[in-house]
Ligand binder design. Structure first.
Ligand code: GLU
Length: 318
């Protein structure tokens, strides 16, 4: 694996890493735009990566649609794009490396067992794994395998606080043993977990800054833990507030208009102008090319509000 590609220089490398489980809405586009502007305003490079680990949920046509949409708005990758669906062998090598550093163990717990009464729920909807399978013997494992059970792989976490400073949310601390427990790095269907793939890919691409939605702030200490075990640098994180509509309601993938249709109806410059106005980059919603926003980008101004509201309701019509 060729880790740390960019680390020899001071070049900023930012990225946008969509999961193509649906089409883009205006909020996704704004996130991509901020990631792009943040990197470009520092004279950096910007890359797009397709996080299509789960082939069933992420059809190729949705990924191609996202790329086409981004490109039409002037958001292009400076490097060939990584497609996570093509990288199982790279993730497998990372699992092996992790297993040399700490305990990585098979977990045969079913969904029902994991969601049974008495299991601690986490703020992100997950559960605090009660380490049921951590002490399985080779014999126990052989019995389960004989029955055809397919295990997930979990990584053991220390009872230690991980601290980092987010460029927007400030200092963050989390004890993984309390916040998530031993977590999954490969699912029982063989699909590698997002937490693992994101770390391996950001490392391989030399990503130095990550601008993404605040819904991933809670996951970041897990990613830092994996970076440390794999000997990868930790990028600078900027977790931006979740996008809301004009009434303060959070946008979700299942609602809102497709960015592609917006593009067709209004053209790229008008949408970019509206989004730049929503993000306080422009004082008024005037049509503009994304390149012309680069010198105007100022993270402090963008995030002077605790949330990002799409101001023009037209952009959110379903
Ligand atoms: N693929 C994730 C998503 O579309 C983003 C992951 C990341 O930026 O780390 O929500």
């Amino acid at each position: 694996m060729c880790y740390n590609k960019a680390m020899s220089s001071d070049m900023v490398i930012g990225r946008f890493a969509p999961t193509p489980s649906g089409f883009m809405h205006a909020g996704n586009l704004l996130c991509a735009m901020l990631a792009y502007l943040s990197a470009k305003s520092k004279g950096g490079k910007f890359i797009i990566r397709i996080e299509d680990l789960d082939a069933v949920r992420c059809p190729r046509f949705a990924a191609l649609d996202i790329i086409e949409t981004l490109n039409a708005f002037g958001i292009k990758s400076d490097e060939p794009m990584l497609w996570q669906s093509e990288r199982a062998s790279v993730y497998q090598a990372a699992v092996q490396k992790l297993a040399c550093k700490t305990q990585v163990y098979p977990c045969y717990c079913t969904r029902a067992e994991l969601h049974a009464e008495g299991i601690t729920r986490l703020p992100d909807g997950g559960i605090l794994y009660p380490k049921t399978c951590k002490s399985l013997t080779a014999e126990n494992i052989a019995e389960r395998e004989k029955c055809g059970l397919k295990p997930a792989l979990r990584i053991s976490v220390p009872d230690e606080v991980i601290t980092f400073t987010d460029g927007i949310c400030g200092e963050q601390s989390q004890n993984l043993a309390l916040a998530c427990g031993d977590f999954i790095i490969r699912r029982s269907d063989g699909v590698y977990a997002y937490q693992l793939a994101v770390v391996v890919d950001d490392g391989e691409s030399g990503v130095t800054e990550v601008v993404r939605g605040a819904d991933l702030l809670y996951d970041t200490p897990r990613q830092i833990y994996l970076q440390r075990l794999l000997g990868l640098p930790t990028p600078k994180y900027y977790h931006i507030p979740l996008m809301c509509d004009a009434n303060g309601r959070k946008l979700s993938k299942s609602e809102g208009d497709s960015a592609k249709r917006l593009l067709k109806d209004y053209g790229p410059q008008r949408i970019i102008g509206e989004l730049a106005f929503s993000a306080n980059i422009l004082d008024e919603p005037r049509p503009i090319d994304i390149e012309r926003l680069i010198p105007l980008y100022d993270k402090n101004k963008v995030l002077s509000n605790s949330e990002l509201r799409i101001k023009n309701a037209e952009l959110l019509k379903g």
